[in-house]
Write a new protein. Structure first.
Lengths: 157, 394
C-alpha cells in the first residue's frame, strides 16, 4: 500500500476513534485518538499494516497526561504517532503487553515515571526506579518535588 | 532434581548498564529468565528538560560511551524535525563519517569480547588492535577518541580539514586487509561454526513481536535498517548493502556485524573522498513550539528520540529510547532451553553491555558460591576447547 492508501485506510476504519488527524510532513503523521480505542488501533497497525512499534512517550501536561505511541511503517517510511489524553487524577489505559511483547517494558517505565496504570499488564513491577523510591512519587510529573533529603542533585551547569 | 537460581549481575565497575539476570536452571538447561534493570538510572530525560537545546546534546552524548554519536544525532534530528529543516550536505557527510566510524569501532569491540568469551583470545587481541586505528582516525577528525562532541542542532560543530583526509584514508585502508583476514578466520573456522550454529536462535516471528532492532533483527531475516528505510544523513548518496541473514543464531549475528564493518568502511571512505563544500552549521536561533521525532541506526539498532518544545530554549519533554531497550527482552526468547555455558555468548550476541556477564555468581540452596563471572567465561571457553578436541582441530 502507498502512503495515501494507508492513511485513507486508517481514516475509514477508525473514523469514530480519531479525534484529530495531523499530516505534518511526508514522513510524520500524528493522530489524536480516544483512549479506549488504543488496543484495537495499535493491534491493527502492528499486525495488519506491518508497522514496527518504536516506543511510547508520556508527557505530563496538566490537567492531562499525554501518551504517544510511535509506530513506523518501514516500506513507506512513515512514522505514525497515536496520541491519547488521560485524566491526570486517575490515569488509566489498557495494556498491550499481553498481546505484543514489545510493549512490555515501556508500559512499565511509563507507569512508574508518570503514574499511569496499564490495566491488564502481565508484569506490573518497577523497571527503572530503585526499590527504596517511595510509592506514588512520579519523577516526570510537573509537580515532582525532591523527597530524598540526603540526595545531591546539583547539575553543575 | 530441584531447580537452581543463577543471578547474573547486577554491579561491576566496568558496567555501562548494570542489570540483574536471574536464570532458573534445571541441571544445565535454562528454563526461565527474569531481568531487572535500573540500577544506575540517571534521570537523563528529566535532566535534559532543564537544559538548553545545545547543552542537551552533550548530556545525551554521555548516555553511552560507545554510542556517543548515535544519541546526539537522534536528538539533533528530533530538534530539526520540529521546524522541520534539513542541514547542509557537508554537515550530513561529516555526520555520516563520524557515525560510521563509531559503528566500526563498536562492532570491533563486540567482536573482540565475543572472541574472548569463546576462548579465542587471538580474535580479541586483533580486533582491539584494529579498533585503535579507527579511534586514531576519530581523534584526527574530531579531536577525541570517544565522545566526539561533533553534533549540534542545525549542523556540526567542527569541520573536517582537507589535509586530514588523506591521512585518515590511509589509516582506514591499512585495517582492511586485517579485517578481511579476521573475517575469513572467523567465518571459515569449523569449531566456531559447530560452537555457534543453532545456539540462541531468535526466530523471525519473535524478532517482529519483540520489535527487535539492528543486527539482532537482521540476523533473523528481518530486513530493517533505518539508514535504508528512512534515509537520513548521506546514506542515499552511495551504494551499500544492508546485511541480512536468515538463521537468527549467534553465528549469524556475528556474520552480520563483521560484514557490516566492511560496508561501514566503504561508506566512510566514500564520504571522505566526496566531501562536498559548503556551510557546516545552519545557526539555529530559536526553536519553534512543536514536537519532533529523530531516529537513526546506531551500531546496535535504532536509537529513538522524541522532543517537545514550547518555544522557549529548553525542551518540555525529551524521551530517549536506546536500542538495547528493545533488544534485551529478546534474551527471554533466545536463552530458554539453552545450556548455562551458552548463556554468556547468547547475551553477548545481542551486544548489550556484556560486562554484565563479568559478575556472575551461581549459588546453591546453602548460599555457597559455586561460580563467579570468570568461571562462567571459563565454562564457555572449555566448551569450545572440548569441541575443538572432539573435532581434532588444534
Amino acid at each position: 500500500m502507498t502512503r495515501e492508501e494507508v492513511l485513507q485506510d486508517i481514516r475509514e476504519r477508525f473514523g469514530e476513534d480519531i479525534l484529530e488527524f495531523l499530516d505534518k510532513i511526508s514522513t510524520r503523521v500524528y493522530i489524536d485518538i480516544k483512549a479506549e480505542s488504543i488496543v484495537r488501533m495499535c493491534l491493527y497497525l502492528f499486525r495488519n499494516l506491518g508497522a514496527r512499534f518504536q516506543t511510547a512517550s508520556g508527557t505530563d501536561m496538566p490537567p492531562h497526561i499525554e501518551i504517544l505511541y510511535h509506530f513506523i511503517i518501514e516500506d513507506i517510511n512513515l512514522v505514525i504517532s497515536l496520541r491519547v489524553w488521560l485524566n491526570r487524577e486517575n490515569p488509566e489505559i489498557a495494556s498491550l503487553a499481553k498481546e505484543i511483547e514489545a510493549f512490555n517494558w515501556i508500559e512499565r517505565e511509563i507507569s512508574e515515571l508518570l503514574g499511569v496504570t496499564f490495566t491488564g499488564h502481565p508484569d506490573p513491577r518497577r523497571l527503572l526506579l530503585a526499590d527504596n523510591w517511595p510509592e506514588c512519587v512520579y519523577p516526570l510529573r510537573q509537580d515532582y518535588e525532591e523527597w530524598d533529603e540526603t540526595a545531591d542533585r546539583t547539575r553543575g551547569v | 532434581m530441584g531447580k537452581t537460581i543463577i543471578p547474573i549481575g547486577p554491579y561491576h565497575p566496568l558496567l555501562e548498564e548494570p542489570e540483574l539476570f536471574t536464570l532458573t536452571v534445571d541441571g544445565e538447561t535454562v528454563v526461565d529468565i527474569d531481568m531487572r534493570m535500573g540500577y544506575n538510572h540517571r534521570g537523563i530525560e528529566k535532566l535534559s528538560e532543564g537544559l538548553v537545546f545545545d547543552n542537551s546534546t552533550f548530556v545525551v552524548e554521555r548516555i553511552c560511551g560507545i554510542c556517543s554519536t548515535s544519541h546526539p544525532w537522534a536528538f539533533t534530528r528530533a530538534v530539526e524535525d520540529i521546524f522541520p529543516m534539513e542541514v547542509s550536505m557537508r554537515a550530513k557527510y561529516i555526520r555520516t563519517i563520524i557515525a560510521e566510524g563509531e559503528r566500526i569501532h563498536s562492532h570491533l569491540l563486540w567482536l573482540g569480547l565475543a572472541g574472548h568469551f569463546l576462548g579465542y583470545n587471538t580474535v580479541y587481541m586483533w580486533a582491539w588492535k584494529l579498533r585503535e586505528e579507527i579511534l586514531d582516525v576519530m581523534e584526527i577528525l574530531s579531536g577525541n577518541r570517544n565522545s566526539y562532541a561533533m553534533f549540534k542542532p542545525g549542523g556540526v560543530r567542527r569541520d573536517i580539514k582537507a589535509e586530514d583526509i588523506p591521512i585518515c584514508l590511509k589509516k582506514i585502508d591499512s585495517i582492511v586487509p586485517t579485517l578481511i583476514m579476521i573475517k575469513k578466520a572467523v567465518l571459515d573456522d569449523p569449531v566456531l561454526h559447530a560452537r555457534l550454529k543453532g545456539v540462541g536462535v531468535l526466530s523471525y516471528q519473535d524478532a517482529i513481536d519483540f520489535s527487535a532492532l539492528g543486527p539482532t533483527s537482521r540476523a533473523s531475516g528481518v530486513a530493517r535498517d533505518v539508514r535504508k528505510d528512512s534515509p537520513y544523513g548521506a546514506y542515499q548518496e552511495m551504494d551499500w548493502n544492508m546485511i541480512v541473514t536468515q538463521n537468527g543464531d549467534v553465528l549469524d549475528k556475528a556474520v552480520v556485524r563483521i560484514l557490516e564493518m566492511i560496508e561501514a568502511i566503504n561508506i566512510m571512505k566514500y564520504c571522505l573522498e566526496n566531501l562536498p563544500d559548503g556551510e557546516i552549521d545552519a545557526c539555529i536561533k530559536d526553536v519553534p513550539p512543536g514536537e519532533g521525532i529523530g531516529h537513526i541506526e546506531a551500531p546496535r539498532g535504532e536509537t529513538f528520540h522524541y522532543v517537545k518544545s514550547d518555544g522557549t530554549n529548553r525542551p518540555v519533554r525529551h524521551k530517549v529510547r536506546a536500542p538495547t531497550f528493545m533488544n534485551l527482552p529478546t534474551y527471554k526468547a533466545t536463552v530458554i532451553g539453552q545450556t548455562i555455558s551458552d548463556a554468556t555468548i547468547i547475551l553477548a550476541a545481542i551486544d548489550p553491555c556484556y560486562c554484565c556477564t563479568e559478575r556472575v555468581a551461581v549459588k546453591n540452596d546453602g548460599g555457597k558460591m559455586l561460580y563467579n563471572g570468570q568461571d562462567l567465561v571459563r565454562l564457555s571457553q572449555e566448551k569450545t576447547e572440548r569441541m575443538r578436541r572432539r573435532m581434532g582441530v588444534k
